[in-house]
Write a protein that binds this ligand. Structure first.
Ligand code: ZN
Length: 171
């Protein structure tokens, strides 16, 4: 056992890095897998795992899973182009709290803006398709136009499926 190994074993509390056993620690070995911290191993774990013990591995950060916002990611780059909006946009924050339909006055109050400013922002968002009018109120839900378009697309896809199936049956 080298002095360096002894230091690692002492640092590990004279315990195996895998099974945490401290038995026979004087016969422990230190393995140094590439790109990883040294790992102290007891005799049986050394025999079992060799130079690749199942500890101290650098797992890739689970970023992609956390970032995945569902099947319809917002078209960010496009929507925000040409407008540097302030951090912590109060109107957007107020919209996030609205459910169903809401009036301009409600948004203005929640955002702490005057009604004219809130209305101007709502109109800008309407042009970008983020809100739409419901009578004399507003909504952040899907607009009736979007729903109609989705139905058209679904119908088109359904008739394609029928054509394919009929061909398969006749051939
Ligand atoms: Zn062990």
């Amino acid at each position: 056992m080298s002095g360096e190994d002894l230091i690692e074993i002492e640092r590990a509390g004279r315990r195996c890095g895998v099974c945490r056993s401290g038995r026979g620690w004087r016969r422990f070995v230190v393995v140094r897998p590439p790109q990883r911290e040294p790992v102290v191993l007891c005799g049986s774990c050394r025999a079992r795992f060799g130079e690749d013990p199942p500890v101290g591995r650098r797992e890739p950060a689970p970023e992609s899973a956390a970032r995945d916002g569902g099947p319809f990611p917002p078209p960010k780059a496009q929507a925000d182009k040409g407008e540097s909006k302030p951090a912590g946009d109060r109107l957007r924050a107020a919209l996030a709290e609205m459910s169903g339909s809401f009036s301009t006055a409600m948004v203005a109050r929640a955002a702490g803006l005057n009604k004219a400013k809130a209305l101007a922002r709502l109109r800008a968002l309407e042009r970008r398709g983020e809100v739409h009018r419901v009578g004399n109120r507003w909504s952040t839900g899907p607009s009736p136009d979007d729903v109609a378009l989705a139905m058209d697309r679904l119908e088109a896809r359904t008739s394609n499926l029928r054509i394919v199936r009929d061909r398969a049956r006749s051939g």
